[in-house]
Design a protein around this ligand. Structure first.
Ligand SMILES: [Zn+2]
Length: 303
């Protein structure tokens, strides 16, 4: 009896020690897990607990931990057109331009408009065909000549005009549709070769002409349109312009330089300048409400 009791006491004692040891180990593991968690590290970096949880939830903790604290980090991460590769640039640009909205900061960086135009020069990817981007950042090589340039009949244009064949076919459809509403769309400017652009630029300079290779007119995919009773300056007030606002994308064309977007496009508002993108893409760009520069950066060039 005596030995049994001693044995029982020993078992209880051993059991209690084991439980305490297990609880202690669990406690230590939990502590280690907490102090090594992304959430903890994010709060150490300066984020509130709520912000840290949100950063972890959207799966960006690694990205953020490798950078630094920013008061606008979450706003940027949640931006509609946020591009992961640009995160550091957004933060730096914000630090120097705190008066700008987050959407603007994202857009400016996405289209490489953070510096003066032509400071950043990139060669455009012409393999993208009708989707190629040509602006004051992306330029065409001196040797680039579009292969399918055709002459435009005088029925549709003032003077000698040339465009890409596909553009011409679609333009004719658009012209005829507008005609049914008693409107006349007249091509007033169109394809310009690299050499012609070079001459124009030499004559007018950066303020009035695009540099060679940087004008959409060098692609054969752009047309300047006016009406029978309007010029470029008054086109905005014409019925032809109103019709184009509603229908141009249905034929593959977009208004390329909208109002108040000069800081992104590099061009003041041009009510007469239309760019061909094909019906599908033009409709998407039109519906998105953003400039083609922004659209291209986010949807077509975002690797
Ligand atoms: Zn133009």
């Amino acid at each position: 009896m005596e030995t049994k009791r001693v044995l029982k006491k020993g078992v209880i004692k051993y059991g209690v020690i084991t439980i305490i040891a297990i609880l202690f180990i669990i406690f230590v593991i939990a502590l280690i897990m907490y102090y090594t968690s992304d959430k903890y590290k994010l709060t150490k970096l300066g984020y509130s607990k709520e912000e840290a949880i949100e950063i972890v939830t959207i799966g960006k903790s690694n990205r953020v931990l490798n950078i630094r604290y920013s008061e606008v980090m979450l706003d940027i991460l949640k931006g509609k057109y946020y591009i992961d590769n640009n995160l550091e640039k957004y933060l730096d640009y914000y630090d120097a331009n705190k008066d700008k909205s987050i959407d603007d900061i994202i857009a400016i960086i996405n289209v490489h408009a953070e510096e003066e135009f032509y400071n950043i020069e990139l060669e455009t990817d012409t393999s993208k065909g009708i989707e190629m981007i040509v602006n004051k950042v992306y330029g065409l090589d001196k040797e680039y000549v579009p292969e399918d340039i055709v002459n435009v009949s005088n029925w549709y244009a003032y003077g000698e005009q040339k465009v890409s064949e596909e553009v011409y076919e679609q333009y004719k459809l658009m012209f005829n549709a507008a005609k049914k509403e008693n409107l006349t769309l007249i091509i007033n400017d169109s394809y310009r070769s690299y050499e012609e652009q070079e001459k124009t630029h030499k004559r007018y300079g950066d303020d009035y002409a695009a540099r060679p290779g940087h004008s959409e007119h060098n692609t054969g995919l752009a047309v300047d349109i006016i009406g029978p009773t309007s010029t470029g300056d008054t086109f905005e007030d014409s019925s032809e312009y109103q019709w184009l606002q509603e229908h141009a994308h249905e034929y593959g064309f977009i208004l390329r330089y909208p109002k108040d977007k000069e800081y992104l496009t590099g061009y003041e508002y041009e009510s007469w300048h239309y760019r061909y993108l094909g019906v599908e893409l033009a409709t998407k760009v039109h519906d998105s409400g953003i400039t083609y520069d922004e659209y291209y950066a986010y949807y077509l060039d975002n690797k």
